[in-house]
Write a protein that binds this ligand. Structure first.
Ligand code: GDP
Ligand code: MG
Length: 364
């Protein structure tokens, strides 16, 4: 039996199994098997040479944001307003045929914004420009879902498309460690009370992935799907914001009603009418968790014009790496002025974590 037939069998089985306490274990195992088969199918397809030419965009700037939206919601219009890009805008579908990059400058940061072409429902299974285009989103630091004020339910559809290509939106990686051992079977050590999965299911799912001897440390109340995510290991975890465009076409009451009935939060804008675009830039910037670090050459004034932009949580080492390759070997110590230290000019080592607007001198 080939992979497609096996997938079909499991899917049929899933369809006809009623969901209840008694079938939980069975369903969990079927889903784990299905995910494994789908990965195998994917691997076969990529060996067949489905190249991704044209969509292997180089990342540039301090962070990358990807616009995801159905045709004609205003992605190109928004890209042109946020960045220096010149993306063709039209009142018909599929005007954007290649991924169009633009650069947005905000608070000293240079943020790359990508307009993805013609994503439609079913893109992940190959409809429209499909999977290749969608997969550009895997390398994003932030996903911006753009929806039309008259089609707000599209957000859920698009989210599903991303999930099915292994993108986990607004989730953090499950706090689970799986250590393969040479013998001794599977031991499960939950550090919290598990309510969505039990130890037997954990063991059986591991066996599906040929892990017959392992130590599993579970530090949060995960689901069976999250365990499979850990086993597959190719998931990416990306934050998102949802933006509602064309609000110039409706009144305030309409927006208010939407916000009370939709299951997600959104930022209302009009790309064409320039409504709320500064607030949107601020939201994008905040969601990227960037911090500004000012360089101060030894014995001189700090350069307060052009900060280095790095991700929140970055260390002195990350700054060194951003400057040049050999910097970290030449570094003796760093001196910091700002929120991350107790007093100005404090000496710190390479692992010291920086905070927004710190001033740093690297002593080599
Ligand atoms: N009323 C209104 N129309 C908009 C707005 N933004 C874009 N449009 C129009 O929507 C259509 C599709 O826009 P486009 O940017 O090409 O959408 P894309 O297919 O998502 O890239 C064009 O006719 C735009 O002029 C907006 O804020 N309000
Ligand atoms: Mg477009």
């Amino acid at each position: 039996m080939g992979i497609p037939e096996k997938i079909k069998r499991i899917e049929d089985d899933l369809h006809k199994t009623q969901v209840n306490k008694k079938t939980e274990h069975h369903i969990g195992l079927l889903k784990a098997k299905l995910a494994k088969l789908k990965r195998e199918q994917e691997e076969q397809a990529s060996r067949g040479g489905g190249s991704s030419i044209g969509f292997d965009l180089k990342k540039s700037g301090d962070a990358t944001v990807v616009l995801i939206g159905l045709p004609s919601v205003g992605k190109s219009t928004l890209l042109n307003k946020l960045t220096n890009a010149k993306s063709k805008v039209a009142a018909y579908q599929f005007t954007t045929l290649t991924v169009v990059p633009g650069a947005m400058e905000y608070k000293g940061a240079r943020i790359q914004v990508l307009d993805l072409p013609g994503i439609i429902a079913g893109a992940s299974s190959g409809k429209g420009l499909g999977k290749r285009v969608l997969s550009v989103a895997r390398s994003a630091d932030l996903i911006l879902f753009l929806v039309d004020v008259f089609q707000p339910e599209a957000a859920t559809v698009l989210m599903r498309e991303l999930i099915s290509i292994g993108i986990r939106v607004d989730q953090s990686p499950p706090n689970v460690v799986i250590e393969t051992t040479s013998s001794g079977g599977i031991t499960v050590s939950p550090q919290v009370k598990l309510t969505k999965i039990n130890e037997e299911l954990v063991k059986d799912i591991l066996r599906v992935y040929d892990k017959n001897s392992a130590r599993v440390i579970i530090r949060e109340d995960i689901s069976d799907e999250q365990l499979v995510d850990v086993l597959l290991g190719n998931r990416v975890y990306i934050p998102s914001i949802t933006v509602m465009n064309k609000v110039d076409l409706v009144n305030a009451g309409f927006i208010h009603e939407l916000s009370s009935k939709l299951p997600y939060k959104f930022i209302p804008i009009s790309a064409e009418g320039n409504v709320n675009l500064t607030a949107l830039k601020e939201e994008i910037y905040n969601h990227l968790n960037l911090i500004r670090i000012y360089m101060r050459p030894r014995g001189k004034e700090a350069d307060m014009e052009e900060p280095l932009i790095v991700r929140s949580g970055s260390s002195v080492l990350d700054i060194c790496n951003k400057l040049h390759r050999r910097m970290k070997d030449d570094l003796r110590y760093a001196q910091i002025w700002g929120k991350s230290v107790r007093f100005g000019g404090q000496k710190v080592g390479i692992t010291h974590r920086l905070m927004d607007e710190d001033v740093i001198t690297l002593v080599t």
